[in-house]
Design a protein around this ligand. Sequence first.
Ligand code: NAP
Length: 278
Amino acid sequence: MIIDGKKEAELLRHEVKKEIDSLKLKNNKVPGLTVILIGDFAPSQIYVKNKEKKAKEVGINSEVVRYPKEVSEQEVLKKIKELNDNNAVSGILVQLPLPSQINKEKIINAINPLKDVDGFHPVNVGNLSSGYHATVPCTPLGCLFLIKKTESNLSGKHAVIIGRSNLNGKPMAQLLLKENCTVTIVHSKTKDLKIECLKADILVAAVGVPNLVKGDWVKKDAIVIDVGINKMGDKIVGDVDFDNVKDKVRAITPVPGGVGPMTIACLLKNTLECFKGR
Ligand code: NAP
């Protein structure tokens, strides 16, 4: 089974829109999302444009604050404070990566955790790892959503996650632990990746190495989630050798059209939840 991330993202966006419509009818208020975009890094520009478009489609008041790449850290911090204090703003997102004069940690820490739609603030990270209510980073949240569409009860399953970034691998591990999976995280220093991957009922690859996971690294009946987005010539490929894996497993996400579309849909869902939580 090929998991259709585009279709699932559309369904999730539809649900978000329905809820926003009904909240608007009741309270005459809608969520507001402000994205801060610094510099002219092309992938960030495209990504932010997509976020803005999709947010507007579901009825979120979406605004992009743009700064040139020379902007000072002070100015961005001042803007974040202003947005923290603005009741019409339910979600704040600072698009990464940031230019070198700006300290990422300072910026993330400055965002009110209740408006941290990316789930990067240490309060949200801590709450997630303590098993409390937290805003969860959008990509792993989208991965969990796709996994649960395939298998609703994950209890006792062995999940193997390749990659230990704060953005993907670590929150993915926390989410799967919460689902009562037995979780293994592997990374660049792991001795034998293949042996670890072969144990996986659920395999999540969040690495950034094209076609790393081979056909003989997967167990029959595994659910394979490919987070990777890698350019190979003029093609975009994932971290999983899709053609040689797809017929050996129970379910797999394609790249593109798998996890990618879920990330923005989950951002809209997080914005709605932040709006409701205040
Ligand atoms: P990252 O911060 O670079 O982390 C990559 C992780 O993979 C690290 O933990 C690294 O190990 C591990 N790794 C690198 N090479 C490895 C190897 N040969 N064998 C085993 N592990 C290896 O990357 P990220 O931000 O998590 O992103 C990962 C991928 O997901 C990228 O392709 C990115 O473009 C993509 N992505 C997709 C979405 C989406 O919406 N679909 C969103 C975000 C990111 P060490 O910790 O030991 O260095």
